[in-house]
Ligand binder design. Structure first.
Ligand SMILES: [Zn+2]
Length: 302
């Protein structure tokens, strides 16, 4: 299923988040340090990471002692579907230690965002003290803000974008930069498309499944486009990639990667462009990078 947008913010909301994230990196002297020194960012912000995971069922009851009843209920339900919790009372974050390290890194920064963004701190404290349930709209905005905090710190503002610009337009670039920054390949590929000055799109697919009649298929989880790709091609609305889809041939079946394969994509003016598509299977997701073979000449509508 295509996932809800998890990161769009209004420009003024985004600027406010980036300012706080910038300060967090400043305090840790984290700029230009690779991989991004998340431990230093947390230490400089006086945030502790709980050593014993709250996600360990034996620890949950212990953690809930002394919490208000509604908080306990909210935490228990959150734990069933989340991998991180921020506790404003003792400035501690709890991370599910069983998820892979690159994801833990992002989770730590996401939870740190909840503790660092003043509005979150204030509301979370009220939420804990006055037993008020958090309004779903506010909680959704907070999630998007915390994701942008994490993204800004992890990719060091425009640092990732500028580094990617010096590398070839290939799926190998975000794979390599993921290791450089300490991010997951998934997060790196998303950042690669969103910030690229060239036209490109990244399809994030769920693992490939096999249907008895139609064969291999993969549901679209989300699609990220670069600004110039979006301007020329719009945002693709595909929900599933089957063998019949133009990207079907690129699905890496029985292998980790698919090399650059020519496909045709039609832009918003109805003009066909020869594009290349390459894929990588992370085992958690299949990532496909698509880009026009020749650099785009400015469209009359650009
Ligand atoms: Zn959150």
């Amino acid at each position: 299923m295509v996932q809800a947008d998890d990161s769009s913010l209004d420009p003024h909301e985004l600027r406010a988040v980036q300012l706080v994230a910038r300060r967090a990196l400043d305090r840790a002297s984290g700029w230009g340090v690779y991989p991004t020194p998340i431990g230093d960012v947390l230490t400089a912000a006086n945030i502790k990471v709980a050593t014993a995971s709250i996600f360990d069922p034996r620890r949950i009851m212990e953690f809930l002692i002394g919490k208000a009843e509604s908080t306990a209920v909210a935490i228990r339900s959150a734990i069933s579907k989340m991998f991180g919790v921020a506790d404003t009372l003792d400035n501690t974050i709890h991370i599910d230690h069983t998820v892979r390290e690159s994801k833990q890194n992002f989770l730590k920064l996401h939870e740190a965002g909840h503790l660092e963004l003043p509005a979150h701190r204030k509301i979370f404290r009220i939420f804990q003290d006055c037993e008020k349930m958090l309004d779903p709209d506010i909680s959704d905005l907070f999630e998007r803000e915390a994701n942008n905090f994490a993204r800004y710190v992890m990719f060091q503002g425009d640092g990732y974008r500028d580094m990617a610009a010096d590398h070839e337009l290939s799926i190998r670039t975000p794979m390599k930069l993921a290791g450089k920054f300490g991010a997951s390949i998934y997060a790196s590929c998303r950042e690669f498309a969103r910030t690229n000055h060239r036209a490109c799109a990244v399809y994030v697919l769920e693992p490939i499944t096999y249907h008895p009649e139609t064969g291999a298929r993969a549901e679209v989880r989300r699609i990220e486009v670069s600004p110039s790709f979006g301007q020329r091609f719009g945002r693709p609305a595909d929900t599933v990639i089957t063998r019949m889809h133009s990207l079907g041939r690129v699905l890496p079946i029985g292998r980790k990667m698919s090399r650059a394969t020519p496909i045709s994509m039609t832009d918003l003016n109805g003009q066909a462009h020869e594009c290349l598509a390459e894929a990588f299977d992370t085992t958690f997701n299949v990532l496909i990078l698509v880009y026009p073979k020749k650099a785009l000449t400015p469209s009359v509508f650009a």
